[in-house]
Design a protein around this ligand. Sequence first.
Ligand SMILES: [Zn+2]
Length: 532
Amino acid sequence: MYDVIIKNARIPQGDETRLTNILVKDEKIVGFLENVDNVESDEVIDANGHLTLPGCIDPHVHFMYHGFPHRENFLTGSAAAAAGGVTTVIDMPCCTVPSVRSVEQLKLKNDLIERQALVDYALWGGVTGEDVRNDWLDNVQEQADHGVVAFKAYMTPSVPTFPRVEDPEMYEAFKAVAETGLPIGIHAENFAICDFNVKKLEKEGRMDGPAWAEARSELAEKVAIELGISFAEDTGARLHIVHMSTGIGAKLVKEAKMKGLDVTSETCPHYLTLNYQEAMTEYGPLAKIAPPLRTKKDNELLWDGLNDGSVDFMGTDHAPYEIESEKLKEGMNIWNSFPGIPGVETMVPVVVSEGYNKGKISLSKLVDILSTNAAKHYGIYPKKGAMHIGSDADFTIIDLDKEWVIEPKKQASMCGYLPMEGMELKGKVAKTVVRGHLVYQDVDESILSDLTDKELEELVHNYPEGVEDKYSEIFEQYPDLYSREYLKSYRKDHPELIDKHIRGMRGITAKPGFGKFIKRQSIQVLPKKLEF
Ligand SMILES: [Zn+2]
């Protein structure tokens, strides 16, 4: 007797597929059977012969909770993941109040988000210039011991609660993280170059969208990656370049791998499909991100990088902002609007449509870059990222033939904009399964539609009982855990819009709180596989 059978699943086997049925017991895969006519189970999920991947992973999201609830919360962010076929997200440490740089902050964050999560999640730890200056680097090993998968550091200013590292501070951070055996992910843009160019172009009176991309130049990313590689070589740290946007970046990472260094990289769907000249002209602040969109040539070089192994896997840098107060507010322009776009909901379909379906990448590459490689790199494989006996029964079921158009206003993310608006895709997520439970299917109905005002009040707008007492020291420092941006936001004055949005999300079949915190299982190093 099994708990669930995933029927008619077309699973990848290298670059071929095989039609089978997947048996699930206690939320794990326990077998594959060609014929299940006489096999009993409590539940059947029909994959309808669709491609069924091991659950896809977005290892780079900013769900903005708690601290920036006008942008997203963990319920809407993880609903967007579910709708996008993402069964595990790895949330960044920076876009919360307080940011995550100690175990206590990590625990507080987990207490606030776990009741909202719809898919499984792991967490990044953090290290900042302030931690180096104040001699707080003991927190690094403590966070590692508590199950974070990696550490994030910023070379450029991003969130006020997560100060950037100066170059020598970054060196100290590398040394501390190297001792844990975990990767250090850097936002690789040289701050001095970016700052100088932004001021220069602003002074010249440039107000067009592309000016942002020209200011945050390719050179700024190049020298930042070069510095990171030098520090990695010197300290033995495992360097990971997050959201790498340039072809030159892929080349540098490849060379570092060839030298035997533990250097890895990820890129995002927008760096593979959009270019700054078109998208930033059309969308202005709504296409503003850091690092910025690049050129068509970079799109192609990054696809090449995925194929030759210099780009290891996909992430999205999902970072939604509020249109009314942070993107298109009166008086805002390309310089003072906030940089960030969403992505967790469209990563899988964009890579399937523009990569696999167009013949740019093979099936085995698709599985590696959307699921397996990130799981290995962050030490959660083969619990996640695999279709083995004993792996969690996480599946992304994709209708490869379904044609559809991206409509940001219909997305589960609260964001409401995306410079991929109107993009015509072939390939859509049909069902998302986490630990053998259906969490999303491509229909209009959702079990969240009848959440009451009171339930939403408790789930989204209030702290769980006891949290304020338990973390009284943190609450003393940050009395209500809200950012200044939240206090100036539109949704602060219209919290009912958040409720309305949650009730209007489509296809969700899991209850908030279903998603689990996945601690890093072990330290694993992704094997270097370069193609020549
Ligand atoms: Zn990011």
